[in-house]
Design a protein around this ligand. Structure first.
Ligand code: CU
Length: 198
């Protein structure tokens, strides 16, 4: 096929102009837009419950973000930390009770779950297609605090425990454990753990 050489230069010029205009109008499409930083939170699962923290390792009651925010959640198992860390969370469950049991009875149930290998937990938030599991054995169990955990544990293993999503649906969402983790599993629901303000 013969190419009309007189048309080549104008066509190329038009394509270049369209490209430049598109780059200004839709910078994300050509990958030059600065990546919006994610809001970071940490969730720790224990027998039986979830503990929520902000990016400065402060305990919080609820994760609150705005519609459209990019959110990054790290999900760890309290049993990947030193005894004093997970004991504190489990003592809270033993004190407050889970599924009608409290005190020594609940303590025995926790020990039974650990002894039978029901250690890991899941984090399910269906609305944002989040299904994560803890992998407690991937960490040393030496960290006495979240801060120490991020300092001493393997960076790659830590990043494997993170999920990033866009909070595009306003509402409040429960955190649910989807991995059978012993007696308290069916009660392992944290109501309204995530609030997306729209
Ligand atoms: Cu569970």
């Amino acid at each position: 096929m013969a190419v009309n050489t007189k048309l080549v230069i104008p066509i190329v010029a038009v394509i270049v102009v369209i490209g430049i205009v598109a780059a200004f109008l839709f910078p994300g499409m050509i990958g030059t837009a600065p990546q919006e930083e994610a809001k970071v939170f940490i969730v720790v699962a224990y027998h039986w419950g979830f503990a929520l923290y902000d990016e400065n390792y402060n305990p919080i009651d609820q994760i609150v973000v705005n519609k459209g925010d990019k959110v990054k959640i790290y999900f760890f198992n309290a049993r990947s930390f030193a005894d004093e860390f997970h004991n504190k969370l489990e003592e809270k469950a033993i004190r407050e009770g889970v599924g009608g049991l409290s005190g020594e009875e609940l303590r025995a149930k926790i020990e039974e779950a650990i002894a039978t290998g029901q250690v890991d937990h899941g984090l399910q938030v269906t609305a944002f297609k989040i299904f994560m599991s803890t992998n407690y054995k991937n960490f040393s169990g030496k960290a006495k605090s979240l801060q120490e955990f991020f300092q001493i544990e393997n960076k790659e293993a830590i990043e494997q425990q993170a999920v990033t999503f866009v909070a595009d649906k306003p509402g409040t969402y429960d955190f649910i454990c989807y991995i059978v983790c012993g007696y308290g599993h069916t009660f392992m629901v944290y109501q309204d753990a995530l609030k997306v303000v729209g």
